[in-house]
Design a protein around this ligand. Structure first.
Ligand code: NAD
Length: 489
């Protein structure tokens, strides 16, 4: 196949390390190499090292060896390393964005936005590193003093998904570095390149060898299993599917491993009749189409009050139907490909299932012709309650629109899922906004807003969307233990 890559794309790829990073050294993997694919063409971009279970254990050995010294590092120094990495990412944001688009498919503008969002976690936790503190209090009897101190949890395993190849990494590495933890990072097989580029930046920013180790693997379960079973590992922070998260919880239970779980979503998007409809459609586009719908926060079910449901669906179909689908690296592209053939097939099957049960495609509903794993933006109306895509995370550019009669019905529909990551609410009635927000069973709510992600805010879910929070003041607590000291006085 003739390569579709231009000189700039080649140069960006060639600048990325392709090896494992263990104990401050770049080295080959015992399982040879594995290919990274361009989802826009199906073409192989490059090969990266493929780790064996022994490589993963070597990474844990390095993290364990580095832990005591790293924990003693001055918080200010840890923060300054993060700050330098933040600056370096900002300086190289164009190259990092192009790299991300190549391996993941998202449009360049969105890749740029992720690079900035990802970098924000480094800036935020650079500032948090020096704010780790404890408490001092008199015991209720008055005869003693209670002192608490925060200490790093210890060596961590950080597992990240393919949909936000940089930000899902910095959101974990930032607080772990700030807290004084060492770590082994395992990026997703489909998108290791952004993480490798980031690790090189951390190395250049002065992070001591052994603090951050990276292993890639084509067989995640077999490679990481022994590491997870090792009692020297003290924490697992996982972002990915609920199914894999559940399996990892079981594996971690033998050692009572501390866990943070950022899992799947099935976000409801509620539009009340008092909402500004244009604004709601704009928010819907963001909540649905960012990352081609391949976001855990993606609006998965649109519930619109009956009096405005048809108008909303028509407006949304107009806007989604006008979006330009194409290779992420083309400047005009607004919708890139799905990550791989399996994801494309899953989206197509969910739409076919809904249409087979009586839903109507107002726009889209088809796999476009040609190479790459594309799926056309799709709006479905008349979606029956038993359609599979109301229960499953679609992870694609498909918007099912349903209607509801009143507030109680809207809340019941929104909460009728095991997931609980985020919900979106559009209303101009302040009282309703609070009433509904309080009754929604989710970790986050977007109020008249289609994007909630912010490095300064606690991101995370409830129910089967997991537990633990990333970002905000809460984010660093996931990497700290509280030690209590009882003092006689
Ligand atoms: P996935 O669960 O298949 O994989 C996630 C990561 O886990 C990858 O690095 C993968 O290699 C690794 N992995 C898979 N099986 C493993 C095993 N047995 N042992 C160790 N590691 C294993 O998920 P994905 O397809 O990469 O990502 C999509 C999912 O991630 C979606 O469900 C999405 O909602 C979720 N997600 C959640 C958030 C959040 O913050 N809540 C953010 C982004 C993505």
């Amino acid at each position: 196949m003739t390569s579709l890559l231009g000189a700039q794309e080649r140069a960006v790829l060639d600048a990325v390390p392709r090896q494992l990073y263990i104990g401050g050294r770049w080295r080959d993997g015992e399982q040879g190499t594995m290919a990274v694919e361009d989802p826009a063409t199906g073409e192989d971009l490059c090969e990266v090292a493929n780790a064996s279970p022994a490589d993963a254990m070597a990474a844990l050995d390095a993290a364990v060896a580095a832990q005591p010294t790293w924990a003693q590092h001055a918080p200010r120094e840890r923060g300054e390393i993060l700050r330098r990495a933040f600056e370096a990412i900002m300086d190289r944001s164009d190259e990092l964005a192009l790299l991300m688009t190549l391996e993941m498919g998202k449009p360049l503008a969105e890749a740029r936005a992720e690079v900035l969002y990802g970098a924000e976690f480094l800036r935020w936790f650079a500032e948090e590193a020096v704010r780790i503190d404890g408490r001092f209090a008199a015991a209720p009897t008055g005869r003693g003093r209670l002192l608490t101190m925060k200490q790093p949890v210890g060596p961590c395993l950080l597992i990240t998904p393919w949909n936000f190849p940089l930000a899902m990494g910095t959101r974990k590495v930032g607080p772990a570095v700030a807290a004084g933890c060492t770590m082994v990072v395992k990026p997703a097989q489909q998108t290791p390149l952004s993480m490798l580029a980031f690790v090189r930046i951390m190395e250049e920013a002065g992070l001591p060898g052994g603090v951050l180790n990276v292993v890639m693997s084509s067989q995640a379960g077999a490679t990481m299993g022994p590491l997870i079973a090792d009692s020297r590992l003290r924490k697992l922070s996982f972002t990915g599917s609920t199914e894999v998260g559940r399996r990892l919880m079981e594996q971690g239970s033998a050692n009572l491993l501390r866990l943070s779980m950022e899992l799947g979503g099935n976000a409801p998007f509620l539009v009340f009749e008092d909402a500004d409809l244009e604004d709601a459609v704009g928010g819907a586009l963001l909540a649905k189409m960012r990352n081609m719908g391949e976001a855990c926060t993606a609006a998965n079910r649109f519930y619109v009050q009956a009096s405005v449901a048809d108008e909303f669906a028509t407006l949304l179909a107009e806007r989604m139907g006008a979006m330009r689908v194409g290779r992420g690296s083309d400047a005009a592209t607004e919708v890139g490909p799905m990550i791989d053939a399996a994801q494309q097939a899953k989206v197509a099957a969910l739409v076919d299932d809904a249409v087979g049960r009586g839903a109507r495609a107002l726009v889209g509903g088809r796999v476009p012709e040609g190479a790459g794993y594309f799926y056309g933006p799709t709006v479905l109306s008349n979606v029956p309650a038993d359609a599979e895509l109301l229960r499953e995370e679609i992870f694609g550019p498909v918007a099912p629109v349903l209607s509801f009669a009143d507030e109680d019905a809207a809340i019941a529909a929104a909460n009728s899922t095991n997931y609980g990551l985020v919900a979106y609410v559009y209303t101009r009635d302040l009282e309703r906004a609070f009433r509904v927000t309080e009754r929604l069973e989710t970790g986050m709510v977007g109020l008249n807003q289609g994007i909630v992600s912010n490095a300064a805010a606690p991101f995370g879910g409830v129910k089967h969307s997991g537990f633990g929070r990333e970002g905000g003041r809460e984010g660093i607590d996931e990497y700290l233990e509280t030690k209590y000291v009882a003092m006689r006085l």
